[in-house]
Design a protein around this ligand. Structure first.
Ligand SMILES: CC(=O)SCCNC(=O)CCNC(=O)[C@H](O)C(C)(C)COP(=O)(O)OP(=O)(O)OC[C@H]1O[C@@H](n2cnc3c(N)ncnc32)[C@H](O)[C@@H]1OP(=O)(O)O
Length: 892
């Protein structure tokens, strides 16, 4: 749904240009000139107190002297004048602005203050604006060029939205000779108000825009960005180029996979799940733009290459292999037909080398035959100018074929002067053309990647086909007991039990407290076995000499037990030791070692990874990354993206490994991640796979108190209604509450809520009270649906270490909106200092309002506090690490 206020921005009927002037080549003059001379048909008003006329047009001192309605203000004055201009706009009902001026937050503290002032004033008057520090925007449909770019974009079907004005200028400059046209070009600048999310929402429903190119440097609002991207990509191809790909990411991870998966990989996986295609450099953006602007939509990714030279064919094949673009397997009837038509020396395979003396007729025949083949989704035609090539005639033949074909034809006429005319012809006929075979293959890859990303979004989550459903309750109990002991890292047995609860095959393992127990267990399992130290305090068992593998008989077990105990005593004298685990050694003769990892990205939530396993996971760094929930298609595509995938094929004397078993493990892990929000990190390493199946030999799992944090939001952005994130809780008084994080669809509501906190609102005062007492920070809002009421819970955090929670009830009753505070909780309120003062004052206030108060028994640690709260009808979600608590109650 497009927001009408952006319609006013992008299709204004009247524009005022603040700072328009008569100085040749000044920003204000160029912007005004572009509008005046560009063919824009709406009303145009220069505003500048210094002039009576600008470019022969009557000029006004301000909006008051203009006294005409204005849809859009474009501001090109020095930064210092912007706030008063926004005020002028507010007072004259101008709701949209573009602030081109630089000199705001990008310049430092002073600028940031100025920017805040502008933002506050805009909010006060309900003005939305693009910028500051931007180039402006263009809408070719109405000949609107509100930029200080010297030439205007050609009309076309692409939209370009960029955080960098310079990049806009470069793309526009490139677009002219390449005949690529734009419906809209927006330079976002600092995005102090409108951001990608809002602009994307507009472009999705803009009929003039068929494909969207985004240049991203940093994301301010990941949630609305992802949700708008997802929505946009469902409807039109979206390509993203993001700079800063290799920013160092410092990650405090306890698992190998956590250390391995960087921010950029998570971003990549999130883009893929949003159905968006990412390009990695400027050249690729241009190539991709050509295919998007072309006449085609790809329906598959199998490419046929027709060439008159072996070398260029090999170049294309190599690039296709790099990008995993499959070369089409030509059908027998295609081969037969080609044999009949082509000289006997043709390559007899794809790439189809039609030999250097090929003229236009041979090209025409070969390409037509390929396009008929159901195994071919697109044809790349390469021509190097040889004596008999007749490049122009061959190009004309391609244009004729293209007119009849719905399958993409990509042209790569290599060379310079001889083929200049051909290039023009291709551009005119909207056939994507490229200077090198590699660029052509890349461009096709982007076209087909968009298609396949969309396909995978359409897949429904896999049915697990359980013989036995997972034991979710059992898994939760394990986690609860670990957290109750104030631990985060599960022991090997606990980790395996958790995997077992989700039906992931595990090796037979048991614990032994004494050497005799170990021998008895080993004998009853059957040799060989592995012994590993069993201690909740030791995570890297081999590092302390706590692992002995491949023990063949009782005496080896006895010896190993003794050695483990001695070594651990020396290396980790303080660790609690509960004996050893005895595990049957995997008997998989043809076993390949993989790892499956889970890590929680702070922005995008849980991320699943897969790669080659063993002790050198981080060195080998083989990783395919995806976001849950996975379906079979995604699981398969994850496997195929790893390097270890090759090893799963028949290899030397080993039969192919059972890939379906790996898929099943991935699906179970995905289910586990969705069902167990406490799960923070996990390494299954190694997962041994052979022709018969897969088995988890070792696992390490890290859990934590569960928070409804940003990761859930990002999830919401990707999946509109992820049922696994909606929770129904039955409270002790028997009422049901539905808890759900704020959906992207509700983001505006959340924003409005905060925005609408007028100074009279009680909630505002409540927050102010808190601020007066102590510096606090609102970490996040969580929203809870009651019948007709909405409770917004502000989870707050104080940097000195106390935990406090403010709970506000915001009700939308027919008799008006009310918002009242109810309770603040701190786990350290007994006694002294800030927390005590805070609690006392707030409780007094609560008492006066007749709200139920919980007081008295506050137990000494968080877990007990949780229990108490629960007893009293509250549900708490506590995160010790973040030092935040989310608390929910029906008894407010
Ligand atoms: C490509 C990229 O990277 S993205 C682009 C990012 N944006 C930029 O790079 C812009 C950078 N430049 C700036 O920010 C500059 O401050 C500009 C271009 C906005 C203004 O610069 P200047 O032209 O030097 O400022 P100047 O002081 O002349 O002001 C411009 C006009 O606004 C007029 N003006 C000042 N206040 C007001 C006001 N309240 N109302 C109307 N006009 C006003 C001035 O009278 C002046 O006109 P004049 O030159 O005829 O006297």
């Amino acid at each position: 749904m497009s927001k009408h206020y952006l319609k006013t921005l992008f299709s204004p009927t009247s524009i005022a240009v603040f700072g328009a002037n008569n100085t040749e080549d000044s920003v204000g003059q160029v912007v005004f000139k572009n509008l005046l001379e560009g063919g824009y048909k709406g009303k145009l008003y220069p505003i500048n107190p210094q002039f009576d006329k600008v470019l022969e047009q009557p000029c006004y001192k301000n909006l008051k002297t203009l006294a005409q309605p204005v849809d859009l203000a474009i501001i090109t004055t020095p930064a210092s004048a912007v706030a008063s201009i926004i005020e002028d706009c507010g007072e004259h009902d101008v709701k949209m602005a573009v602030i081109i001026s630089a000199g705001f937050s990008e310049t430092g503290l002073q600028g940031a203050k100025l920017e805040k002032k502008v933002v506050d004033l805009a909010k006060k008057y309900g003005i939305h604006f693009i910028g500051p520090n931007c180039l402006g925007f263009m809408r070719t449909e109405i000949n609107l060029n509100a930029t200080f770019f010297k030439s205007k974009a050609k009309s076309g079907n692409l939209a370009l939205v960029s955080q960098s004005g310079a990049l806009c200028a470069a793309v526009l400059d490139w677009a002219v000779p390449n005949d690529v046209g734009f419906s809209t070009v927006v330079s976002m600048g600092t995005s102090a108000d409108l951001d990608f999310g809002e602009v994307l929402d507009f472009l999705v429903s803009d009929p003039k825009t068929q494909g969207i190119l985004l240049y991203v440097e940093g994301i301010h609002h990941s949630r609305s960005f992802m949700s708008s991207l997802r929505a946009a990509a469902r409807i039109k191809p979206v390509l993203v180029i993001k700079s800063g790909r290799h920013q160092a990411t410092a990650r405090a991870a306890m698992s190998h996979s956590g250390a391995l998966i960087g921010e950029d990989e998570a971003f990549d996986a999130a883009l893929q799940r949003a159905g968006v295609v990412r390009v990695s450099n400027f050249g690729q953006l241009f190539s991709a733009a050509k295919t998007l602007a072309s006449r085609y939509k790809a329906k598959g990714n199998r490419l046929a290459i027709v060439t008159n030279g072996g070398g260029p064919g090999v170049m294309a094949t190599d690039r296709a292999a790099d990008l995993r673009v499959p070369l089409a397997q030509l059908s027998q009837s295609t081969l037969d037909e080609l044999n009949k038509t082509l000289p006997a020396t043709w390559s007899h395979a794809n790439p189809i080398d039609i030999i250097s003396d090929a003229g236009q007729e041979r090209y025409q025949q070969a390409v037509s035959i390929c396009l008929k083949d159901p195994n071919v989704d697109a044809v790349l035609v390469i021509l190097t100018p040889q004596a008999m090539s007749h490049p122009l005639e061959a190009a004309q033949a391609m244009v004729q074929i293209a007119e009849q074909s719905s399958k993409p034809i990509l042209a790569c006429w290599m060379g310079g002067t001889q083929i200049a005319e051909c290039r023009r012809l291709f551009v005119q006929s909207r056939i994507p053309e490229f200077r090198t075979p590699e660029a052509a293959v890349e461009a096709f890859y982007y076209l087909s990647a968009y298609h396949s990303n969309q396909q995978l979004l359409l897949q429904t989550p896999a049915s697990m086909g359980y013989v036995e459903a997972p034991d979710i309750e059992g898994a939760r109990m394990i986690i609860e007991s670990v957290l109750a002991e104030r631990r985060k890292i599960l022991t090997e047995m606990e980790s395996k039990a958790l995997l077992g609860a989700f039906r992931i095959p595990i090796v037979n393992t048991a614990t032994a407290h004494t050497v005799n127990e170990a021998i008895v267990l080993a004998a009853s399992m059957g040799f060989p076995v592995a012994l590993k130290i069993n201690s909740p305090d030791i995570t890297h068992k081999s590092d302390v000499g706590g692992v002995k593998l491949n023990l063949q008989n009782a005496s080896e077990v006895r010896e190993a037990f003794r050695e483990i105990m001695e070594s651990v005593k020396e290396s980790a004298p303080d660790a609690r030791v509960y004996g050893v685990t005895v595990g049957k050694m995997s008997d998989k003769v043809h076993g390949r070692e993989l790892y499956v990892g889970v890590f929680r990205d702070p922005v995008f939530g849980p991320v699943i990874s897969l790669g080659m396993g063993g002790t050198m996971v981080e060195v080998i760094a083989d990783k395919a990354v995806s976001l849950p929930p996975l379906n079979r298609y995604l699981a398969k595509s994850m496997i195929s993206k790893t390097r270890v995938a090759k090893l799963l094929e028949p290899f030397r004397k080993m039969p192919a490994a059972n890939v379906e078993a790996v898929e099943a493990v991935l699906l179970h892990v995905s289910e586990m991640v969705c069902e167990l929000p406490w799960l923070q990190e996990m390494d299954i390493n190694p997962l041994i796979v052979d022709e018969n199946g897969a088995v988890a030999v070792d696992a390490r799992i890290v859990v934590n108190y569960y928070t409804a944090g940003a990761d859930r939001y990002a999830h919401m952005a990707i999946y509109p209604y992820p049922t696994h994130l909606v929770e129904k809780w039955e409270l002790p008084d028997g009422t049901d509450v539905t808890i759900r994080p704020i959906r992207p669809e509700d983001a505006d509501m959340e924003k409005d809520f905060v925005k609408n906190l007028s100074e009279e609102s009680k909630y505002f005062r409540f927050m102010q009270n808190l601020h007066e007492l102590t510096p606090i920070m609102v970490v996040r809002f969580t929203q809870i649906d009651y019948d007709r009421e909405l409770a917004l819970i502000a989870v707050i955090q104080r940097d000195e270490g106390d935990l406090q929670v403010g709970v506000a009830r915001y009700s939308t009753n027919p008799d008006g909106e009310t918002c009242e505070f109810a309770l603040v909780v701190s786990d350290q309120w007994q006694g002294h200092g800030f927390a005590h003062k805070l609690m006392t004052s707030l409780m007094n206030a609560a008492r006066m309002k007749g709200l139920k108060i919980i007081q008295g028994e506050v137990l000494s640690n968080n877990h007990n506090m949780l229990k108490l709260m629960h007893k009293l009808g509250f549900v708490c979600i506590l995160d010790e690490e973040d030092r935040t608590v989310t608390l929910v109650s029906r008894n407010l």
